[in-house]
Design a protein around this ligand. Structure first.
Ligand code: FE2
Length: 481
């Protein structure tokens, strides 16, 4: 066993001397105190592994000492020395978390054995805590990597902080906007309901952002800082750590506990800081990815605009197909991920037309067979163009199949029925409807009723009849609005 720091507490100097000599001979660093209050002052300075204390002492007795230790959340082992008549109190101390007690008078070897046992147990407890912390970190990692948007990421992070540190209040602040639905400042718990508390957090965040370091605040400091305005409510222990969120700037996260719970310790702050820096890397890589995705989408949008600029009659077609597809998707109770896919596929379905010559695209008269074949290449061409953008992989089959027909007579593959992806069948219905209800080079705009009648007539041949039926309902409901 290595060397430990031991504090001996007793009001009998002779006993202190004998015990100090023995335990020092065993290689430990031994300090002494003559009562509970003195001992507490040493313990608050930190670095003590084990306390061997008398139960009956002036100023603060053993029972008072162990209660204080629990209240302050000090992680230290305690062995009590007890005389005849105080055994009941010693048992009470065991219930409060003491490691052991020795009945006075005791043999010095009994003391050495008790010290050895308590320190071995402490070692084990610390090891277990390390493993526990590792598990908490792994949970955090896993939970964060499963999140697909910044809002979910922040929420998951706060949730993991709650599980790992059991705070009574959490606050988070960012120097810049993190995106839709996310305020720059998040505050949870009754402490933050008071304007003074929020102002305190804002001030702390600003100062920690400047310094870029974590901070532990004990109840005494907090009480001094806020007691005038908050009274007893200010007696909280708090810890705060900086977080970075990539392009969205940097921020601070804080957790706090009221007086009824053990105060946060330096060990807690250490893990809290690791949590914050791990979350920072997740926020940063997410932020970089979304920037890349935004860039991709900007490029894609400029492609869509280029297609629409080629065809003088289809201005806004893609945007309307996308909006209609969303509405049909919602009426079919699809998931939000499926609806997002429909939205994108709707916007991009005709992107392959970029490869169709303008004179064919805008030809007012009937197309020749050759021209028809050129037009028919646009779904496959769209898939080829978009295959270069990895974030759009999911919509490739939808785009490739948007001109398949339910009876199998469509192109490019002649797929039939439910072999055609659902999203393609949906796009096909709303694409047809949009084309019929807007003016094209080869026809005038038809009325809603005319268009719905044509869809009905083509149900089961060109279109999925179930989808045509739901789309009719969607259109009639919109009319009723
Ligand atoms: Fe098309």
């Amino acid at each position: 066993m290595g060397a430990y720091s031991i504090l001996l507490v007793d009001d009998e100097p002779e006993l202190l001397e004998v015990c100090q000599e023995t335990l020092s001979d065993d290689g430990h660093r031994v300090r002494t105190a003559s009562n509970g209050l003195e001992a507490l002052a040493v313990l608050q300075g930190g670095g003590v592994d084990l306390v061997v204390s008398d139960l009956r002492m002036p100023r603060l007795d053993g029972l008072g000492l162990i209660r204080k230790v629990a209240e302050l959340g000090l992680e230290v082992e305690i062995i009590f020395l007890t005389g005849y008549g105080t055994v009941e109190n010693a048992v009470e101390c065991l219930k409060l978390g003491a490691a052991d007690y020795l009945l006075k008078p005791f043999d010095i070897d009994q003391l050495r054995a008790a010290v050895h046992k308590a320190l071995a147990e402490r070692e084990m407890k610390l090891e277990q805590k390390k493993i526990g912390n590792l598990v908490r970190m792994l949970n955090l990692s896993q939970a964060l990597t499963e999140r697909k948007d910044m809002r979910g990421l922040v929420r998951e992070f706060l949730d993991q902080v709650r599980k790992a540190f059991e705070p009574e209040g959490i606050a988070m602040f960012f120097s810049a906007d993190l995106g839709p639905g996310l305020s720059q400042s998040i505050q949870i718990g009754p402490f933050f309901k008071r304007a003074e508390s929020r102002a305190w957090f804002a001030e702390l965040s600003a100062s920690l952002l400047r310094q870029g370091r974590p901070k532990l605040l004990d109840p005494a400091t907090m009480s001094q800082a806020l007691g005038q305005n908050l009274g007893d409510m200010a007696r909280v222990s708090a810890m705060a750590a900086p977080v970075a969120a990539g392009l969205a700037g940097s921020g601070v996260v804080a957790a706090l506990r009221g007086p009824s719970r053990p105060a946060y310790t330096l060990t807690d702050l250490q893990l809290f800081t690791v949590f914050a820096s791990h979350a920072s890397s997740c926020f940063e890589s997410f932020s970089a990815c979304s920037r890349l995705q935004d860039m991709n989408e900007e490029i894609v949008t400029s492609f869509v605009n280029a297609v629409e600029a080629k065809d003088t009659y289809t201005g806004g077609h893609s945007a309307r197909v996308s909006a209609y597809a969303r509405r049909l998707g919602q009426a079919l109770s699809l998931t939000s991920a499926e609806i997002t896919l429909l939205d994108r596929a709707g916007t991009l379905h005709d992107i392959g037309k970029i490869g169709v010559p303008d004179q064919i695209l805008n030809k007012p008269s009937t197309l020749t067979e050759e021209e028809r074949l050129v037009i028919r290449r646009h779904p496959a061409m769209g898939r080829e163009i978009l295959a270069k953008v990895s974030s759009l992989a999911e919509i490739l089959p939808v785009i490739a199949s948007h001109h398949e027909r339910f009876d199998g007579s469509g192109y490019p593959s002649g797929l039939a029925g439910t072999d055609i992806p659902l999203a393609s069948r949906i796009i096909s219905v709303v694409d047809g409807y949009e084309a019929m209800t807007s003016t094209r080079s080869y026809h005038r705009a038809r009325s809603r009723e005319e268009a719905l009648a044509i869809l009905d007539a083509g149900a089961n041949a060109q279109w999925d009849s179930d989808l045509v039926r739901v789309w009719r309902r969607v259109c009639l409901e919109a009319e009723g609005d």
